[in-house]
Ligand binder design. Sequence first.
Ligand code: SF4
Length: 90
Amino acid sequence: MSSEKHADRHVHASDAYLALQRAREKWEPACAGDSRFTDDDADRSELYEICATKCRIRTQCNAYAERARPPAGIWAGHFYTPLEPRDETA
Ligand code: SF4
């Protein structure tokens, strides 16, 4: 990736992060305090369902993850890993 593209992605990720933080100030994420979201053995389809149906900030969560491409974790019901692109099968 060129440094120009990297910088552009960074700016957009920063904007998306701020939007996510603002949303978190208004609504509690559905994953807050839910240990299934940090359990490697959790049922992925169940977590996807929670994100899709119970979280009021999913749009902002997804927008941030799409731009920042986090190296790991569950974001808007999608699973990110360090070595692979987003897992679309959840
Ligand atoms: S959409 Fe994001 S903030 Fe909401 S429950 Fe899922 S992972 Fe948490």
